[in-house]
Design a protein around this ligand. Structure first.
Ligand SMILES: NC(=O)c1ccc[n+]([C@@H]2O[C@H](COP(=O)([O-])OP(=O)(O)OC[C@H]3O[C@@H](n4cnc5c(N)ncnc54)[C@H](O)[C@@H]3O)[C@@H](O)[C@H]2O)c1
Length: 374
């Protein structure tokens, strides 16, 4: 292959849009296929246990050198490699930097890229802009969960935190539910809820209700998507939820113990969350070091204390692969805690790469005609 020259496809954000990165119907299907493979174990993620979310640069609180990045809110640099089998049979990695200070420079909080590599040779097949890829694949997870974990009569959605990620989540949840009557919206910044409503009305036909309290947004909701960012976490108790409700957490929330202990809890991949726990134990600040970014921190603490047992936890892959049934009855209030899997980026990145090839999008860039050293 090297003898004939080596090249890869570069896809910019406009190329990604033309390739259909925001087509949530296709994205939910892709992520469902991915969870089915994950449930069967046909994947490898990073680290010796093959279940790592990724490798992060842990910036110091007090850097010893001028110019060295300093720890800060939502500040990190992360690389997330993975192999995914089945029809994908490909490797890849997402890498990104996140810094809230970016916003002052007119940049998004996080800037993400993804590269797709041949599973056998490791040669790059594509490098692509991944801000939208990442948002779409993140949104697709509660979408798949809605399909498999919602109650039989579910028809109303609640949106808590009217930002970018929830935009993708709601499109995907609507896809997963099949029918939506009402969408209840809540944000600590009411204007964000109002502009979210305006945007969503163009894309999803439903009745929209902007709510002023958490109680109001939750009381009639069957599937709830929490995706807030910032210091104030939402506090939700089981009593605030309708019987049969599915509460999905993408990001973090402040939930009482009963929420984790009363009914079974679904996660995207339990082994990956256990990996967070291991990393936390190695952290120089102790386990507290993962509190801010590990969505499962409270759950992991209950597990460490022996209060939450493994047979109370189910991975979404097992549900999609048909090896676990999380809902014991229609009244169960289910919780889904999402951390984000590198195999999601690989799955959606691979399908978009194929869409791009079909449509002739992007730029082919040469690595070499012949490797200089062979
Ligand atoms: N699991 C994953 O794979 C994954 C991937 C990407 C992002 N995320 C997480 O998703 C979350 C949302 O990200 P985003 O890019 O959409 O952020 P964003 O800033 O675009 O939107 C967040 C919204 O939440 C609102 N908000 C903040 N606190 C609130 C509260 N207490 N109650 C109600 N609303 C509140 C804000 O006003 C804002 O409108 C973040 O926590 C991010 O880390 C998770």
């Amino acid at each position: 292959m090297e003898e004939e020259g080596l090249q890869f496809l570069y896809l910019s954000e406009p190329d990604m849009l033309e390739a259909g990165v925001l087509d949530m119907k296709q994205c939910v299907k892709t992520i469902e296929d991915m969870f089915r493979l994950a449930g069967k174990g046909d994947y490898i993620m990073g680290g010796p246990k093959r279940d790592s979310h990724g490798i992060m640069l842990w910036y110091p609180d007090e850097p010893a050198f001028e110019g060295m990045p300093k720890a800060g809110p939502d500040r990190r640099y992360m690389v997330m490699p993975a192999y995914l089998g089945g029809r994908f049979h490909v490797t890849g990695q997402k890498w990104y930097g996140s810094n809230v200070e970016n916003i002052k420079k007119g940049l998004p909080r996080s800037i993400l890229m993804f590269s797709l590599n041949d599973a056998d040779t490791g040669a790059p097949m594509a490098i692509m802009s991944a801000n939208l890829l990442s948002a779409a694949r993140t949104g697709a997870v509660p979408g798949v969960a809605a399909k498999y974990l919602k109650s039989a009569t579910a028809e109303n959605i609640a949106v808590i935190g009217c930002g970018v990620i929830n935009h993708a989540c709601i499109m995907a949840i609507a896809e997963g539910m099949g029918r939506v009557s009402k969408v209840y919206l809540y944000d600590i910044n009411r204007d964000r809820a109002l502009s979210f409503q305006q945007d969503m009305e163009k894309e999803l036909n439903a009745e929209y209700v902007v709510c002023d309290t958490l109680e109001d947004v939750l009381k009639n909701a069957d599937v709830i998507s929490v995706a807030t960012a910032g210091k104030v976490k939402v506090h939700i108790t089981p009593e605030m939820l309708k019987p049969g409700a599915l509460l999905t957490i993408t990001g973090t929330a402040d939930l009482p113990k009963e929420m984790y202990l009363k009914n079974r809890v679904a996660v995207d991949n339990w082994q990956m969350h256990l990996d967070y726990l291991e990393e936390g134990k190695m952290c120089y600040q102790g386990i507290e070091g993962i509190r801010d970014w590990a969505s499962s921190y409270d759950m992991l603490m209950l597990y460490e204390q022996g209060l939450l047992k493994e047979d109370n936890i189910v991975s979404l892959g097992e549900v999609v692969a048909g090896t676990a049934l999380p809902r014991k009855n229609e009244e169960d209030k289910l919780l889904l805690v999402v951390g984000g899997l590198p195999i999601e980026d690989v799955a959606w990145g691979y399908d978009l790469y194929n869409n791009a090839l079909e449509k002739g999008l992007g730029q082919k860039l040469k690595i070499w005609d012949k490797p200089h050293w062979h």
